[in-house]
Design a protein around this ligand. Structure first.
Ligand SMILES: Nc1ncnc2c1ncn2[C@@H]1O[C@H](COP(=O)(O)OP(=O)(O)OP(=O)(O)O)[C@@H](O)[C@H]1O
Ligand SMILES: [Mg+2]
Length: 604
């Protein structure tokens, strides 16, 4: 087992063929009841016409049966009418088939779109606790695939089953009209074929889902080998990774091989049943003709009906497999859709006092917070920052600094205690006002695959170019942006030009400044820039901070000593607060950090 790659097991598969799930999927047709009824009528009509066509063949055959027309070297009486009616049925069937296909496809599309956007909306509303648990790209890739499969339910599966069942019922009824024996034989063989296919296809679907899990493992190893290529090479683990990949691949290929063997074997048997049924009907037909119970035309008609049924039943395997995959995938989509852990929107959202614009007075009172119940990360944190003042927060790694920052935009809510902005509790504040008031530079810089200018104006898309440039200058980013191939129009992010960690960080600082928030928060924003750039950057940040409430988080004293006050956060509690000089006298931890960094030449 290699330490570099932890293969995340797929979430447990829900039991297949579960009726509650099916009901929930069908309920999605609800808002489109009228359209669905229309499509149902068209499918019914189409199937009826399909079963009606052989009856005209019966007429056309039987017209020759008494031999008079043949002897007289002419067409039987009324033959042109029979042919014209037959042609009319074929044309009508084609037209209705077109209409039902288009109707079904657009209905499915509408339901699918709503399903997709429901999922997207839910994910954007879910609390970050859910995102914490589903952090990896793998989960997202899996959800996308689940969505792709679940949507096939509306597109192929629901109407596929409807058509099949209508065809079976009308087909058996049509044969029974020709002769009860035909009806009985066709009912027996096609229902047997239907049930057998259902059973075998369900088995195949289960094997296929298992093979799918194996495929997940293969792609996980592959994905992590690409993402972690540098780590793997640096630690010389290529042989292990490659043999692990080989192992996964062998397991996957093996399970696929089994699926194919089983499928081909069973389907050959089921095919024989259908074929046998057809032969049985023809023999029974000859016997009935001999007895004078039916005409030869009736035998031809039964033959055509049975052939149509057989063809449809042969394709049923695909339908069952797709259906089971869709239901299994839908289970996971519903799990997200029905997750109630969403961000609570205040029942009676309050605006900020006065004209509604934030002034930026921030009060954190006795806040306790834990990610996992029972292990608080913040304990009784109280910090008051008057509007327009700056507060530095210094603390060792894992002290809870980033956690504290994440409470401000309400990524999480405190377990107890309160946070207020200009006297309004964040939990009651209009979320849009909160978003506009608080700008954060995150510890881990994230840029979108877009131009530099678009990235900077992300929170405030209408901002004029001069302001974008001014913010870039404050963030000490203007100079390097100018040197990029297309300056402010250079595409960065995952699909663009690669930037260094420090360059990315400076762009995210410019992005926060461009929002012009009253409360500015820098979470270790200068960790990956050199000392000279940091100094330049802080000149900009200090200029930008003027008149705003500013929180600066860092492990470096140089980054925070200019702040009006500094708080020392240690293991989730504020142990000291004051100016740089006060802390040197009062906080042993602050003094220790200062001495240490002074010796290293970091704190000057
Ligand atoms: N999403 C999360 N789920 C569970 N625990 C978390 C989560 N994020 C952080 N923690 C835990 O909370 C504690 C505080 O983490 P936090 O990121 O706030 O520290 P920090 O002070 O910002 O550290 P650093 O200086 O290294 O950035 C750590 O013990 C961490 O393991
Ligand atoms: Mg942090």
């Amino acid at each position: 087992m290699s330490a570099t790659v932890a293969t995340d097991p797929a979430p447990p598969r829900p039991p297949l063929q579960s009726w509650p799930l099916l009901r929930r999927l069908l309920a999605r047709f609800g808002p489109y009841r009228a359209a669905a009824a229309g499509v149902f009528v068209l499918v019914l009509l189409r199937t009826a016409l399909e079963i009606a066509a052989p009856f005209f063949v019966q007429r056309a055959v039987d017209a020759f049966a008494d031999g008079t027309a043949v002897a007289a070297h002419r067409l039987p009486e009324g033959y042109a009418t029979i042919l014209a009616a037959f042609a009319a049925v074929l044309v009508a069937r084609a037209v209705v088939a077109y209409g039902s296909a288009v109707g079904a496809a657009s209905l499915a599309q509408a339901i699918e779109n709503r399903f997709r956007s429901d999922l997207f909306r839910r994910v954007t509303k879910l609390r970050f606790r859910w995102h914490d648990r589903n952090r990896s790209g793998k989960t997202i890739a899996r959800s996308l695939r689940d969505m792709e499969r679940a949507r096939l339910f509306f597109r192929e599966v629901a109407f596929g089953y409807l058509e099949l069942i209508l065809l079976l019922v009308l087909g058996v009824a049509g044969c029974a009209v020709l002769h009860p024996l035909f009806g009985a034989l066709v009912a027996l063989t096609s229902v047997t074929g239907f049930l057998l296919t259902l059973r075998v296809a369900s088995r195949i679907a289960k094997m296929d889902l298992a093979a799918d899990d194996e495929y997940d493992h293969v792609s996980t190893v592959l994905q992590e080998n690409v993402a972690g290529a540098r780590v793997i090479r640096a630690f010389g683990r290529e042989p292990e990774e490659s043999s692990k990949f080989g192992g996964r691949l062998t397991t996957f290929t093996g399970s696929w091989h089994n699926v194919v063997l089983f499928w081909t074997g069973r389907m050959t048997w089921i095919g024989s049943i259908h074929h046998g049924g057809l032969v049985l009907n023809v023999i029974a037909g000859a016997w009935l003709v001999g007895r004078g119970s039916v005409t030869p035309g009736a035998v031809a008609a039964v033959f055509l009906i049975v052939r149509a049924l057989t063809q449809r039943l042969r394709n049923m395997t695909r339908l069952v497999i797709m259906g089971q995959q869709a239901v299994a995938s839908a289970a996971r989509v519903f799990e997200v859709l029905e997750n109630d852990d969403v961000i609570a929107f205040p029942a009676d959202p309050k605006t900020l006092p006065g004209d509604g614009a934030a002034r930026g007075a921030l009060r954190i009172d006795d806040v306790t917070f834990s990610y996992v119940a029972g292990t608080p990360v913040l304990r009784g944190v109280t910090l008051h920052v008057p509007a327009g003042q700056s507060l530095g927060i210094l603390g060792p790694t894992a002290a809870g600094k980033t956690t504290l920052v994440q409470l401000l935009p309400r990524f999480y809510d405190p377990d107890s205690g309160s946070i207020t902005l200009d006297g309004v509790d964040l939990r009651n504040l209009d979320p849009a006002a909160l978003t506009a008031a608080v700008g954060i530079v995150f510890q881990e810089p994230f840029l979108f695959s877009a131009t530099v200018a678009d990235n900077i104006s992300y929170g405030n898309p209408g901002v004029p170019r001069e302001r974008v440039v001014a913010c870039a200058k404050l963030a000490a980013a203007h100079e390097f942006i100018e040197k990029l191939p297309k300056g402010y129009e250079t595409v960065v992010g995952e699909r663009g030009v690669s930037l260094s960690g420090g360059q990315r960080q400076r762009l995210t600082i410019a992005r926060a400044l461009a929002m012009d928030p009253r409360v500015l928060v820098f979470d270790d924003a200068t960790a990956s820039v050199d000392a000279v750039t940091e100094k330049e950057l802080f000149q900009g940040i200090r200029a930008a901070a003027r008149g705003r409430t500013t929180l600066v988080i860092s492990q470096r004293i140089t980054s925070i000593r200019w702040c009006d006050r500094v708080a020392v956060l240690d293991r989730g509690t504020v142990t000291a607060i004051g100016t740089h000089d006060e802390l040197l006298a009062a906080s042993p931890l602050y003094r220790e950090v200062f001495e240490h960094q002074r010796i290293q030449g970091i704190a000057l």
